[in-house]
Design a protein. Sequence first.
Length: 568
Amino acid sequence: MTLSSQADALQPRSPETLYAEIRDLKDEDKIERLTKALVHIPSINGTSGEVTIAEYLEAFIRTIPYFKDHPEAVWTQPLKNDFLGRKNVYAIIRNQKHADTVLYHSHMDTVGIDDFGKLKGLAYHPHQLREHFAKHGPTPEIRSHARSEDWMFGRGSVDMKSGIAVHLVNLIHFSKRSEELEGNVLLMLNPIEENEHTGVIDSVEELQRLQKEWGLDLKVAINNDFVTELYPGDPNYYIYTGAIGKLLPCFSIFGREAHVGETLTGVDPTLISAEINRRINNNMELSERINGEHMLPPTCLQQRDQKDFYNVQTPLNSRLYFNYFIYESSPDEVMEKLVSKTTEACASTQAHMEKQYRTFLRTGNYPDQESLHWDVSIYTYEEYVRHLETEGIDVRTFIEELEYSQEEMDKREIAFHVVESLQSVDPDKQPKVVIFFAPPYCPHNFLREEVESEKRIIDVLQEVTSQNKDQVEGTFAVKKFFPFLSDSSYLSLHDSEEEVQALIDNFPEYHEIYPVPIQEIRKLNIPSINMGVYGKDAHKYTERVYKPYTFTTLPQLTRQVTEKIFQN
């Protein structure tokens, strides 16, 4: 039997059959069966599988007796203008005597399976993968894990079908005790987490509706996105009280073209791009410093010129953009650093070109051209718009008349298209760099000890982890910032009005291509924590979840935190 035929032999059970199979099992066995069933369902980001899994999960929740008796307590929210028809899934165990509500949330999508190579046919089948890795695992650790009963392999096993399973089993647990609950448990399952976070962004409106119409007081949001070791041999099981933010700073660089026979008279935008990249990419000087936290530097995600075919003219312009994590810094503080590094890069490039040109003149015994220079202007997008307006250009009208297709163009491509189109009508054709932000933008948030209600959540986490310290082989560690991007970013926001406006003013077509509802998020203001499933190698073909912690310890911790939140 081939790998693909082995895989095809397994099909996900119907929701009704699955619930009947797990109904009387221990909770850890329920979670394992659920995780395996959900891994069987391909739900790759950007495919119809995201719709399939949402429909499956909604149907499964409706098989739970509580929700059979309360069908109105399960519903979906279609995403706005979504080309696939994706939707958020909600369910609530509601005690109308109480307003206090704990929100459980997870994402339903996964990354793709190209990394599996010839093992693609097994990507969604944990048992066969474990058998394969037991013999052919690429490292001794992976072979050891595969020979153990403690690990489950498969795409989405740790990121994050197991997280959904943990929340579902806790939902079942509390549904049997709905009359005893001193609050409400709201479950939210979102698509599109792995790139644009559109699911949770659209959920902001729905969560506000529940606050207003049902009077829910959302005390805390508990995400269970995966946690892992931060260094080899790390003994910690991490719980995070905040979410890092992300900016995507972009650089549109315009040079002065030249024939290669006169190359030293030009300003090469790829040379400027390279110098900017050298000064920013993986530069720990630009990383924030918060003791004991996992702090990462900016990372280059794209660098290219805009030539589409071969000729002997130097490039007219180039592009560059970075992943830039933000922890406590604001967007305007980041922009200030970017301008500083760009100024250094351009000065260095200018000095280099002047030196090379003087060497060229001396070597050829040529006369100097005193008018020749390699100056480069540097603008933030906001400054560039003001510059164009002083030249008499109606920037707003010009952009409104630009033609582009949001359905066909990448959002980052649209932002560059706007800037480059503005350059085309700029009377000043001197070399320049325009710095701006493009999607995605993830706000940062964290629990603040100076806010009494948030300090209480921190205290609850410390209390629960202390009470359960003997339940794990390692140790619990409560940290401030979840070190990866997550949907938790969009449930609370701490930046000031001025700081947010500084972002929007430097973000071409913000309201059209990535309209994060900042004011609504600020009003929603749900304190957010991450108590994650534990595993290794997320986004790799060796992805796996550690069952003892994830299936046994984590659900108990989550319940205890929930109950203590209701008691306070």
